[in-house]
Design a protein around this ligand. Structure first.
Ligand SMILES: Cc1ncc(COP(=O)(O)O)c(C=O)c1O
Length: 356
């Protein structure tokens, strides 16, 4: 059957291989269900949103509220169904021809490969150094081609958890002829953003998500911040009514109640520090500092057994050992639930005790 683009034959189907367990510590989700928190406000809002109509004032309200939150002008924003969809749109909009490619660091967010492949945009990777830093000169060399259409930096980086060196990021932005995408999906945990630079750098485009700090992974909402001219070009590849009005109403409601979510994040950050310190005390574990809501750590050649032990104990964590820089590493999501985190730590201790 040759109904589809020939390069799709080589592409693996998109598949999230995370087992469904009682303790969901594998996908960097939140334990807070926004529906339980903002249900009343959401339903009140929905009474004024006629679902039989294409247009409704809710889109303008959402744009205004989001602009306020992100501290940018409303026309510097585009939004859609999750950061993933925004990545997909960016990849679609920058691809010029079969030779076009993007560059990214590795290991980084897996789906850069997946979605660039989906739109026929090549992708090249520069490996991070063992300390998770990178050489800006080598990265720029990789991008030094008229066919390089996009430079991707995930900051903080998933799955290593670290913030990249700010001076190097600026150097990359200043020296690139292509668009530079900074993925700030974990911004609310790192507190570090480049949104204040969009006026200065016309090639800067930032992606953010509501899946982490706003507890809304299942809702699907993400947004892009860039110069308004970039936003106008990007919107040309988006279908006009792609974001349904219920999502828009929910996001507007979440933003109205944002203090609750941001307060919850403080707990997540506290808990992450607690779990980090506890893991750090365990001699056989090497755990990395993280500016996100997850921790990445290694138990040497017993890491895979630990992963299996966790699975058997109904705890899902994520294997991230596929890249040599993270050989024998797993990633665990840290929530604001102390009880959950303590149970996780107990199981790690139990495993270590029984496997030495
Ligand atoms: C770095 C990074 N970018 C993008 C995404 C996708 O986020 P969303 O759920 O908004 O599509 C994720 C999700 O885990 C991520 O870790």
């Amino acid at each position: 059957m040759d109904y589809f683009r020939s390069d799709l034959k080589q592409k693996k189907p998109v598949n999230i291989n995370v087992p469904q367990k009682k303790l969901k510590m594998g996908l960097n989700e939140s334990t807070l269900n926004p529906m339980e928190i903002v249900q009343k406000h959401f339903l009140e809002k929905m009474e004024k949103v006629p679902l039989n109509r294409y247009f409704n004032g809710i889109t303008d309200e959402l744009r205004t509220k989001l602009a306020e939150y992100a501290e940018v002008a409303p026309d510097c924003l585009a939004f859609g169904n999750g950061a993933d969809e925004m990545l997909y749109y960016i990849f679609t909009a920058v691809r010029e021809n079969n030779d076009s490619f993007a560059v990214s660091l590795a290991p980084s967010y897996f789906d850069y490969r997946s979605y660039s492949g989906a739109v026929g945009l090549g992708i090249k990777f520069l490996s991070l150094q063992p300390d998770f830093d990178f050489s800006a000169a080598d990265f720029l060399k990789l991008a030094d081609s008229p066919n390089c259409k996009l430079v991707i930096l995930c900051n903080p980086n998933n799955p290593t958890g670290n913030l990249l060196d700010e001076k190097k990021i600026i150097k990359v932005i200043e020296s690139s002829n292509s668009l530079v995408l900074i993925d700030e999906t974990y911004f609310e945990f790192s507190g570090k953003t480049f949104t204040d630079q969009i006026g200065k750098y016309p090639n800067l485009i930032i992606v953010r998500s509501f899946s982490k700090a706003f507890s809304a992974a299942g809702l699907r909402f993400g947004y892009v911040i860039s110069h308004s001219e970039n936003i106008r070009e990007l919107e040309k590849v988006m279908t006009i009514f792609h974001l349904n009005l219920m999502t828009q109403a929910m996001v507007t409601t979440i933003l109205k109640n944002k203090a609750i979510f941001l307060e919850h994040n403080r707990k997540v950050i506290e808990q992450k520090q607690f779990v980090f310190e506890e893991l750090n005390k365990m001699e056989s574990i090497s755990v990395h500092p993280s500016a996100t809501n997850f921790l990445t750590f290694s138990l040497g050649n017993r890491t895979e057994d630990l992963f299996n032990f966790m699975s058997e104990n109904d705890i899902a964590i994520r294997p991230v050992w596929h890249h040599p820089v993270l050989k024998e590493h797993v990633r665990v999501t840290i929530s604001g639930e102390e009880e959950e985190n303590r149970l996780f730590l107990e199981k790690v201790k139990e495993f270590i005790l029984n496997s030495t």
